[in-house]
Design a protein around this ligand. Structure first.
Ligand code: SF4
Length: 485
């Protein structure tokens, strides 16, 4: 296979005049697709899928294919800048990396001495490969405050997965599911954590039955055997309705219930409060469709649920997640090939080793903002952003003086933009590392130019459950951009 790839690569180079090709992996989403990056005159000329990669088998999505457009975008920030006018004035001066890093380091040291390390809040977006470094930095500094997107993206699934069945159950496409229930997910477009759309599409093409749970007629819903267009926010009721059918028609895996379920009687009592007729009123999904979907999912083996963060961006997200795990478990599809598998992550030191702040002294851990109110989230070092804005604006429970955002644009991505704006305007010092002068960066004191995946060496694992560790090679240097590491 390797010879085939390089034979093709050589032909590509000859025909199109490329002068180099680098084998690497993409990181335009959470990452993982193997790529061949072709270069001409020291620049990226084309990116193609690597047929040798066991994750994407030569396919790439539009984001991966467009990576060079991001790297060479004319608006990209390519050197460090310092703000010289009022916040939001758009007046910047170019500074050297040394000047920028010295200014940031001086502020961090000053606030640490005067107000304690917890007065410095680190932040990142849906980073995945810089997060271990950021947590490690926070641990060494001594701050328990790392602001992430985790509270409304995937974090609830990880947390409830651990307390419900030990870990996050992943759809096992490698072992041919015969039925796939896609719940609040557009996997062929979004290629989310742990999943690539290619594996899903291959399973459907092999004949897997498809159930789509989505208020919208997505492409996936259009090709589904059963489409359940639920009223937004009623996922838990729909899952309870399906469980009602599975329990009362005795379609569940009795052996699993006998050996692995705690609290069966109160569970059945709760499920019986949601007969499909009542669930139709709540969800607007016809009762008969709910029965049909429940029967198809419970009687087609193996079956898996492809779940999306749409179910986690709701106030009852932990319940949504647990109910989907109940559907997986009661139908005998947890820890089952072609169902939902419990992978061992690769043996690499990743965010799991640093993210929970295990290395922080207990007294510092206790200072995590919102730690007393959001205890499950606190187990994963996730803090609610509002606690940070409140601490900046009210100095309670203690003052937050500095924000350091790396690949994060909270002004655009967190709830209540007015409040976020007030907090970012009020904070004494803010440093940002990003590709562009984003709306958040416009309010910063120092902005650092971040490197794209094409501009760094790296070992990727992304704590995905596919179990692969992926090498990345630096292909080009753009301006003075540097990796977050
Ligand atoms: S799915 Fe993600 S890793 Fe794969 S090509 Fe698209 S952006 Fe890149």
């Amino acid at each position: 296979m390797a010879e085939f790839v390089y034979a093709n690569a050589e032909r590509e180079m000859e025909v199109y005049g490329y002068d180099g090709v680098v084998k690497s992996h993409c990181r335009m989403c959470h990452g993982g697709c193997g790529v061949l990056v072709y270069t001409r005159n020291g620049k990226v000329a084309k990116i193609a899928g690597d047929p040798d990669c066991p994750i994407n088998h030569g396919t790439l999505c539009s984001k991966g294919l467009a990576s060079a457009q991001l790297a060479y975008h004319p608006d990209r920030l390519t050197y460090p800048v310092r703000r010289i006018g009022p916040k939001g004035s758009g007046r910047w001066e170019r500074v050297s990396w040394d000047e920028a890093l010295d200014a940031i380091a001086e502020k961090i040291s000053g606030y640490k001495t005067a107000f304690g390390p917890e007065s410095v809040v680190m932040g990142y977006g849906t980073g995945r490969e810089n997060e271990a470094v950021i947590y490690r930095f926070a641990n060494l500094l001594g701050t328990p405050n790392v602001l992430t997107a985790g509270h409304f993206c995937y974090g609830p699934r990880i947390a409830t997965g651990i307390i419900t069945c030990g870990t996050n159950p992943i759809a096992d496409y490698e072992n041919n599911p015969k039925c796939i229930m896609v719940w609040g997910n557009n996997v062929t477009i979004s290629n989310p954590d742990c999943y690539k759309g290619e594996a899903f599409s291959t399973s459907v093409e092999r004949g897997a039955k498809l159930i789509a749970v989505d208020p919208r007629m997505t492409r996936i819903a259009a090709r589904a055997d059963i489409w359940l267009p639920l009223r937004p926010g009623t996922d838990a009721a729909l899952a309870l309705g399906m469980l009602h059918v599975i329990v009362n028609e005795r379609l569940y895996d009795a052996e699993f219930v006998e050996n692995h379920v705690h609290g069966w009687a109160p569970f059945v009592e709760r499920v019986n409060q949601y007969p499909p007729g009542k669930v139709e009123e709540i969800t607007w999904v016809p009762e008969e469709k709910i029965r049909e979907a429940a029967r198809l999912f419970a009687t087609t083996k193996p079956a898996c649920i492809q779940w999306g963060v749409a179910i986690e961006q709701q106030v009852n997200c932990a319940d949504n997640d647990r109910l989907l795990m109940f559907l997986m478990g009661l139908t005998g599809n947890i820890d089952a090939p072609g169902g939902q598998v419990l992978f061992d992550p690769p043996k690499i030191r990743n965010v799991g080793h640093f993210g929970a702040h295990r290395l922080l002294p207990e007294a510092q851990k206790q200072k995590r903002l919102g730690g007393d109110r959001f205890r499950l989230a606190g187990q994963f070092a996730i803090i609610n952003p509002k606690c940070v804005w409140d601490a900046i604006l009210t100095e309670k429970p203690y003052p937050v003086k500095m924000l350091f955002f790396i690949s994060s644009n909270p002004l655009m991505t967190r709830g209540n933009a007015r409040e976020v704006y007030r907090a970012l305007e009020a904070v004494e010092f803010m440093a940002v590392s990003d590709f562009f002068l984003t709306p958040t960066a416009e309010l910063a004191d120092i902005v650092l130019p971040a490197a794209t995946w094409l501009e760094m060496d790296y070992i990727g694992d992304f704590w995905k459950r596919h179990g692969y560790i992926l090498p990345r090679r630096k292909v080009v240097q753009v301006g003075e951009c540097r990796s977050d590491h």
